[in-house]
Design a protein around this ligand. Structure first.
Ligand code: DWN
Length: 396
């Protein structure tokens, strides 16, 4: 049974940045109700309204993983680890984006899968075998016919974006060698609760995983966890290492039982924990609005930094508009001169001078706080301050 614990109101589609501002309508289905539930049986957290993937992931997907040094550094480290620990002859990435990870591998070793054609073009142009497809059984069979099997399959921040998880894991199991490894990496629901980062919910994040839910999910496909790594990326993620249950060559590390017992201790198996989270989110919204109002009463100039999908949820939930935030800055070329979805706030291509005369910066990309603080030493030195809602609304 799926029980609702969070209602973030009517929301536009994240990552759909409009060229000019227009008021979106519920009638025309330009807005959808963002409600989140907890399945008491499977322990899986998911959205009630699921937007078809063909609408979300098209030929104009603006997000590029390579836009942050934190992510490119993390992928470089991971590539070294994968080569050392598993030494794959053939490596497949589901959701290869602009190639931020696979650029660390040899071209003859890698298969990229990427449904957004603008991104698939990038890895194709660089000479990597790229299937511009959604991940499903058809594609898995097509690759199987050509390569027979794959040693390591990896996917970061992608499987949680796919509605049909049964097909996802069936297609993976279909292609993986008998002693093959699956590595997946996604925001951790435990961290999401601890940090009150309700902005992890938007249409693309159909699911938010926990070790508890992943364990149950993969069991149906005779797969099991054998290691878990905690990562700082994307506000606290988990990297799950998965093998076939009948593969006895690999030992199960105690990182798995430790993570599961931490989640159980925190109450991730009980609906009450989720209900409390929902109540705290309402308080967070009111406190953030108060901060903005107080600063605007003093005529302070506020801008946003990082036109993230996450910020889309916050702005639309808290009803923060261009009366509060003058503009957003972002390094992503495809976001520049566009508007934050559902809001009349313009996004400008990042340059340092856009921070001149700014008093406060709202951290849309709070998950890259350290990288941004390092970059904006000058702003901080002249007394500039940041606003964040994570783990609670405050001025830094
Ligand atoms: O799961 C998803 C994650 C991985 O990426 C997708 N569904 C969509 C996207 O979510 P997001 O937009 O919330 O992700 P990020 O990685 O928090 O986005 C950071 C944004 O901030 C990018 O647009 C780049 C920008 N940025 C910047 O302008 N200057 C980032 C840094 C670090 C900077 O210094």
């Amino acid at each position: 049974m799926i029980k609702k614990f969070l209602d973030l109101g009517y929301q536009p589609l994240a990552n759909k940045y409009l060229k000019s501002y227009k008021k979106l309508s519920i009638k025309k289905k330009e807005l959808y109700r963002l409600t989140v539930g907890f399945d008491t049986k499977t322990k899986l957290v998911s959205l009630f309204n699921k937007i078809p993937d063909r609408i979300m992931f098209d030929s104009n997907y603006p997000y590029k993983s390579s836009m942050s040094k934190t992510m490119t550094d993390s992928f470089k480290k991971l590539s070294i680890k994968i080569k050392k620990r598993f030494n794959p002859k053939l490596f497949l990435e589901i959701g290869s984006n602009d190639g931020a990870l696979i650029k660390n591998f040899n071209k003859n070793q890698v298969i990229c899968v990427e449904p957004c054609s603008n991104l698939a073009q990038i890895t194709k142009r660089k000479g990597y075998l790229t299937y511009n497809n959604y991940w499903d059984l058809n594609l898995s069979n097509k690759i199987k016919n050509r390569f027979n099997s794959v040693d390591v399959i990896y996917s970061a921040n992608t499987l949680t974006h796919i509605n049909d998880l049964n097909q996802v894991f069936k297609s993976i199991s279909n292609l993986l060698t008998q002693d093959g490894i699956l590595i997946i990496e996604d925001p951790s629901f435990l961290e999401c609760i601890k940090k009150l980062s309700y902005d992890q919910f938007y249409n693309e994040h159909i699911y938010i995983f926990s070790a508890l839910s992943v364990t149950k999910l993969i069991l149906q496909f005779n797969l099991e966890l054998f290691d878990i790594e905690k990562l700082d990326t994307h506000g606290g993620s988990l990297r799950y290492y998965i093998k076939r249950i009948n593969n006895n060559k690999i030992q199960i590390k105690d990182t798995v039982s430790k993570q599961i017992s931490t989640e159980l201790k925190f109450g991730l198996a009980n609906f009450l924990t989720y209900k409390k989270f929902g109540i705290s989110v309402k308080k967070s919204k009111n406190d953030l609005i108060q901060i903005f109002k107080k600063l605007k009463d003093k005529n302070k100039k506020i801008i946003g930094y990082g036109a993230t999908a996450k910020a889309c949820t916050v702005l639309n939930y808290c009803k923060i508009d261009n009366e509060m935030i003058d503009y957003f800055v972002d390094t992503t070329p495809d976001k520049s001169n566009r508007f934050m979805p559902g809001k009349s706030i313009k996004i400008k291509r990042y340059k340092k001078t856009l921070l001149d005369n700014v008093d406060y910066i709202y951290l849309g990309a709070w998950n890259f706080k350290n990288e941004i603080f390092k970059k904006e030493k000058q702003f901080i030195k002249r007394g500039g301050k940041f606003i964040t809602h994570v783990p609670f609304p405050k001025i830094i």
